[in-house]
Write a protein that binds this ligand. Structure first.
Ligand SMILES: Cc1ncc(COP(=O)(O)O)c(C=O)c1O
Length: 667
C-alpha cells in the first residue's frame, strides 16, 4: 500500500445512484437475482439486495442498518478513487468476533463447562495494519489475542498490544534465535506471550534466552495428531505433517522441563488441523485426540492451562452448507458446541480440570468483511456472429467453393430440433475439415473467416433451440460453456484474488447493481494480465459449480460493476505483482451511532512508481533516459520542444497514476 490519505471524521454526503435505468424490469425481480446468485445463502444475513437492485451489506445483520455497495463506489469516485476497489466493513469484522465469542460462551454455558474461551487472530490471515487494529480493538472486551507465525509478525504484534499486556500472544512457526529472544523480551515487558514449540531445538533456545533475560517462560507445544483433517489442507495435521512434535518429542520436552523443575512452564497444547475444514467429523476426531494428549500431560505434572484447537473453522463460500470443500456442513454454533463438549467429556473421563479453550479461527473472523469491486471493460460475445443469407460466388478462376464451407452452410440452413445432436456433430466435423484445408494452404483467409462465422452462428442457433426444450440433449451440455461470453474486467486475479489461480478457490461473484433486471448473458471473467490463468471460470451454483455466471448485457463504455465477496482472508498479502498491477485502493466503511455509513479511512492503492520501485527500478534514471531521448528527438526535428515537454509531463503523470485502467479525473 502506498500511504494513508484521509481520516475523514465526517459522514460521507448522501449519494445518488448514477444510472438512469429503471430499478426493476417486468418479468424479473430482485428476489430472483438474490436467488440466482445465492446471495442469501452465502450472505448469512450480512449481504442482501435492496429494492433499487443493488447489493447491500448489513454489517451487524440488522436489516435497518445497511450499506449500498453501489453508493460506496459512487462515493469513492466523487473523491477521485475508481475501481478496482476493496471495501472493508469494520462493523462486520467486529460482529464476527462477537459471533465467535458468543458461540463459545453459549456452548460453555449450555454444557456446564468449567473453563473459558479465548479467541486468537492469526495475523497471517490478513496482516493489513488496519485489519489487525480492528481485531485488536474489537477483541479487547471479548478477550481476543493475536497469533504471530513469524518474527516480523511478532514485532508487529508487540508494537500493537502495549495497552493490553494480559492479552494472549501465541507464537507459532519456525523460530530462530532472534524470534525466540523477542518472545522473551515481550515476556519481560509483561506480555502474556506463549512460544509454541514446533521442534525440540526451539526449547533449548527458549531456555537459554529466557534465563538470559531473567524471565520464566510460558511454553506451548504443537503436536502432530494421527487424526488427519480433510480437504485441501489436510496435510497440516497427520503423522507426516510439516509442523509439530511427535508424541515422543512432546514427552521429551516435558522431561527436559522436569529435569529443570520447570514442568509448570508447559501450559499450552496446540494443533492446527488444516484450514477450511468442511466436515465436522474431522473436528470431532482431532479435538478428541488433542484433549487426550492434553489430559495425559496435565496428569504427568505439566502446568497445562490452555488447549488451542488452531484454525480451520470454515466459511460457506457457496452457501450450500454441505461438505463440499468450499462449504461446510456445520454451523459456527455446532463447531463451538462440539469443541467444548469433546474437550469436557475427555477431561472429565481423565479427571483433569477443564482448560481455557483457544481457537485461531482466522478465516472465519475476517473473510466476510471485505468485498472487491471491479468494473467490466468489454466483452467478447461468440454468439455475435451472423451467417450470410447465401454463400459468395467462387473466386475468379475457380469453379466451386471449398467443400467444408458449402457443407457447414448446409448444416446451418437445415438445423432442426429433431436432429439437433447430429447437426452439432456435423458442424464440428465440417469445421475441423475447414481448419485442415486452411493449414495446408487449400483455403483462403476469407473462406476460413466465413466458416468461423457460420460455425458460431449455427452453434448459437442450436443452443437457443436446446434452451427452449424441456429436456435438452445431454450431448449439448458443453455448448453453453463453449458459447459463454468473456467479460474483460479491470482487475488482476493474481493481485486481488490469488487463491482463484493458486487453489481453484470459489468466491461468490455477482453484479452489485442492475439486480432488478434479468441477466441475459452467460460469461466467464478475464482479468487485465497477459496470462491465460488470469481468469474466473468457476462460479457458485445452487447445487454444483457453474462454468459461467449470468451477467447483464451492457453497451460499450457503459458502467457495469461486479463484486467478489468473502475475500477478506488470505488474499491481500498473498497477492503478487504479476504484470505490475499493484494493490487496489481500500475503503474502510463504518456505521455511526445513527446507523449511517461513512468512509472512515481510504488507503490509496499502489501508483505505477510504487510498483516499479518494488522491483528496483530507479525512477529518476528512467525519467532521465526519457528526457535525454526527447532532447535528441528535438535536435533531430522529430518533435518540437513543446511536444517533448508534453511527453515528459505525460510520462511523469503515468508514473504517479493507478496501475489499473484509469479514466479522466480519477486517481
Ligand atoms: C497455526 C495456524 N493457526 C491458525 C491458522 C488459521 O487457519 P484458518 O484461517 O483456517 O482458521 C493457520 C492457517 O493456516 C495456521 O497455520
Amino acid at each position: 500500500m502506498a500511504d494513508t490519505l484521509t481520516d475523514t471524521a465526517a459522514p460521507a454526503p448522501a449519494l445518488r445512484p448514477r444510472t438512469a435505468r429503471p430499478a426493476t424490469e417486468p418479468g424479473w425481480s430482485v428476489e430472483e437475482s438474490a436467488s440466482l446468485y445465492s446471495i442469501r445463502n452465502w450472505g448469512k444475513g450480512f449481504f442482501d439486495v435492496n429494492a433499487a437492485g443493488h447489493v447491500v451489506v448489513r454489517p451487524t445483520r440488522n436489516p435497518g442498518v445497511e450499506v449500498d455497495l453501489y453508493e460506496v463506489v459512487a462515493g469513492m469516485r466523487e473523491r477521485g478513487f475508481r475501481t478496482p476497489l476493496l471495501i472493508h466493513f469494520s462493523d462486520l469484522l467486529r460482529q464476527r468476533l462477537v459471533d465467535i465469542a458468543d458461540a463459545f460462551r453459549g456452548a460453555i454455558h449450555e454444557h456446564g463447562y468449567q473453563g473459558s474461551y479465548q479467541g486468537v487472530f492469526p495475523i497471517k490471515v490478513n496482516q493489513q495494519r488496519r485489519v489487525v487494529e480492528e481485531v485488536r480493538d474489537a477483541g479487547k472486551s471479548l478477550g481476543f489475542g493475536l497469533e504471530a507465525g513469524s518474527k516480523p509478525e511478532l514485532l508487529a504484534v508487540m508494537g500493537m498490544t502495549s495497552d493490553t499486556p494480559d492479552r494472549l500472544i501465541i507464537c507459532n512457526g519456525f523460530k530462530e534465535e532472534r524470534y525466540i529472544e523477542f518472545t522473551a523480551l515481550a515476556k519481560k515487558l509483561g506480555r502474556n506471550v506463549i512460544p509454541v514449540i514446533e521442534n525440540v531445538t526451539e526449547l533449548k533456545l527458549i531456555l537459554r534466552f529466557y534465563e538470559q533475560h531473567g524471565v520464566r517462560p510460558a511454553i506451548g507445544v504443537r503436536v502432530n495428531l494421527a487424526s488427519q483433517g480433510a480437504g485441501r489442507w489436510r496435510h497440516s495435521s497427520g503423522l507426516k505433517a510439516k509442523f509439530g512434535l511427535s508424541m515422543n518429542e512432546v514427552l521429551e520436552v516435558l522431561s527436559i522441563l522436569r529435569q529443570r523443575g520447570m514442568e509448570d512452564c508447559l501450559q499450552l497444547l496446540h494443533c492446527h488441523m488444516g484450514s477450511q475444514i468442511h466436515d465436522i467429523r474431522q473436528v470431532n476426531q482431532g479435538v478428541n485426540e488433542l484433549a487426550r494428549v492434553y489430559s495425559q500431560l496435565a496428569k504427568a505434572g505439566a502446568g497445562m492451562r490452555y488447549l488451542d484447537v488452531g484454525g480451520g473453522l470454515g466459511i460457506d463460500y457457496d452457501g450450500s452448507q454441505t461438505s463440499f470443500e468450499f462449504s461446510m456442513n456445520y454451523t459456527l454454533q455446532e463447531y463451538a458446541s462440539n469443541v467444548v463438549y469433546k474437550i469436557m467429556t475427555v477431561c472429565d473421563e481423565e479427571g483433569v480440570a477443564h482448560p481455557t479453550i483457544v481457537s485461531e479461527s482466522g478465516r472465519a473472523m475476517v473473510a466476510q468483511q471485505s468485498v472487491l469491486i471491479f468494473d467490466v471493460l468489454g466483452a467478447n460475445r461468440l454468439d455475435r456472429y451472423v451467417a450470410p443469407a447465401r454463400l459468395p460466388e467462387p473466386p475468379a478462376g475457380e469453379t466451386e467453393l471449398p467443400r467444408p464451407l458449402v457443407d457447414i452452410f448446409d448444416v446451418y440452413r437445415t438445423i432442426s430440433e429433431r436432429r439437433l445432436v447430429e447437426n452439432y456433430n456435423d458442424l464440428l466435423e465440417d469445421r475441423d475439415e475447414a481448419l485442415r484445408l486452411f493449414s495446408v494452404g487449400l483455403m483462403s483467409l476469407e473462406h476460413r473467416a466465413l466458416v468461423d462465422s457460420i460455425f458460431w452462428a449455427a452453434c448459437a442457433r442450436i443452443r437457443d433451440i436446446a434452451r427452449s426444450m424441456s429436456r435438452p440433449p445431454e450431448e449439448l451440455g458443453d455448448l453453453e460453456t463453449a458459447l459463454s461470453d468473456t467479460y474483460f474486467c479491470n482487475l488482476s486475479i493474481f493481485q486481488s484474488l490469488p487463491d482463484i489461480w493458486a487453489i481453484n478457490q470459489l468466491f461468490p461473484i455477482a453484479p452489485i447493481h442492475r439486480l432488478g433486471e434479468r441477466p441475459t448473458r452467460k460469461a466467464t471473467i478475464a482479468d487485465l494480465t497477459c496470462d491465460s490463468d488470469g481468469k474466473i471460470d468457476r462460479f457458485v451454483d445452487d447445487h454444483d459449480v457453474k462454468k459461467w455466471v449470468e451477467l447483464h448485457d451492457f453497451a460499450d463504455g457503459e458502467e457495469y460493476l461486479l463484486g467478489a465477496f468473502l475475500v477478506g482472508a488470505y488474499q491481500e498479502t498473498l497477492g503478487d505483482l504479476h504484470n505490475l498491477f499493484g494493490d487496489t485502493h481500500v475503503a474502510h466503511v463504518k456505521i455511526d451511532e445513527q446507523g449511517e455509513w461513512w468512509i472512515d479511512e481510504i488507503i490509496e492503492g499502489d501508483a505505477v512508481r510504487d510498483v516499479l520501485s518494488y522491483v528496483h527500478y530507479d525512477l529518476s534514471r528512467l525519467f532521465g533516459e526519457i528526457r535525454r531521448e526527447c532532447e535528441k528527438a528535438v535536435v533531430n526535428k522529430q518533435m518540437t520542444v513543446a511536444e517533448s515537454q508534453a511527453l515528459l509531463k505525460a510520462y511523469e503523470a503515468g508514473l504517479s497514476g493507478y496501475t489499473y485502467l484509469e479514466t479522466e479525473g480519477s486517481r
